[in-house]
Design a binder for this molecule. Sequence first.
Ligand code: HEM
Length: 470
Amino acid sequence: MHALLFLVAFISCYIFIKRNRSRVTGKLPPGSLGWPYIGETLQLYSQDPKVFFAKKQKRYGEIFKTHILGCPSIMLASPEAARFVLVNQAHLFKPTYPKSKENLIGPLALFFHQGEYHTCLRKLVQGSLSLDNLRRLVPDIESIAVSMLESWAAGRHVINTFHEMKKLSFEVGILAIFGHLEGNQKEQLKKNYSILDKGYNSFPTKLPGTPYKKALLARRRLQEILKEIIFERKEKRVKERDLLGCLLNSKDETLSEDQIADNIIGVLFAAQDTTASALTWILKYLHDHPKLLETVKAEQKAIYQLNDNGSLHLTWAQTRNMPITYKVMLESLRMASIISFTFREAVTDVKYKGYLIPKGWKVMPLFRNIHHNPDFFPNPQQFDPSRFEVAPKPNTFMPFGSGVHACPGNELAKLEMLIMVHHLVTRYRWKVVGSESGIQYGPFPIPMHGLPATLMKESIQEKKTICGGS
Ligand code: HEM
């Protein structure tokens, strides 16, 4: 069955290339297209993807062609080229995702679209995540972070940091989308979303019992749960400022239930693994740099003391004034480059710097390569938050993308990370378990095994140390 699917994919690709070749004039960028049909997919997956891209860049320069995942592709590793594709000439390139993934999220989600529909939805999503709205979420995000930390420490067992951070980012996502959601509905959403999440990166076969098929079924159930929530919200006739409220009260056009559901699942999806991965890296880098951890602690303890040793809530103003922690967060985003690259597809033949990007070819701005280029970030492998004391050169730092599809959730993600770090370093100590370093891709890069760790309340640990010493 798999072999048959591969065969069909390769034949379609072959026909596609043949057809396009007759139309293409002009010079393609340097690079190699690898083996017939399979291209360089095996090379990409048999090694660390970041090594694959770095080697290519070293050999061919900042623009090169390859052929991966059944598609001829052009990789762009310069800030100018990324800007060209994502900002200046964004209309010449459309977002592109495998159909199998589109079906799980919902084809009407904004990130699959261009033009008017995308602009309309983006305005609504951005509106719900405005600074004014986020300011009101601080106490709720805080209580989610506090109760998560308590549960991790209470268990006294080894946690998978990434998995636990996913729970946090899911809760925060739900908060931004629905405000306060009734317990049973939240549980149903959580249960079915986690099945969808498991199937997302599995082989897309509809055979019964496979993770992909289970995910499709869970997606259908999610649709029903969302319909019920939408119905109840409409009945209430209160205009809320959360994402659901913004989608229901669009002034431009009335959105259908499918449009609303696809965009809710889309935002939940975009919010969860990304933020969880970033937080996991922050913990790893702080753990590996004890001196830096002390300076972050000092910054956060000063706020904690001002807040009557944590009995007062963090204020919005305090979250906007954590300069050391903020730079640690930016440097973690640069080092980890969670979204290492993105995909677009040329909607017409495009000329760039004398090279031809043929219609239908995939185009991939390589954020990680740009973030790790020593011309823009000296000693790029060194974790050094102080580099952000000076603003990076334009278009060299794009952890949240750039242009029309840039991340509308970036301020929420940053707020969530700052609040989590505040409570973590002021009240807890954590120990990474095991010495295995390295990166795992799922598909976002995360520390090996999700960073197994134990967490303990600082006061308990300190008391133990004192007792031990006396
Ligand atoms: C550290 C956390 C995050 C990172 C690194 C991140 C990164 C990104 C990047 C790079 C893009 C652009 C992708 C492209 O151009 O193809 C993007 C888009 C998007 N992100 Fe995020 N994101 C994060 C968190 C969030 C959160 C918390 C939300 C929502 C609450 C969110 C919602 C979205 C949406 C809806 C899009 C699609 C925008 C569009 O197509 O117009 N993201 N994100």
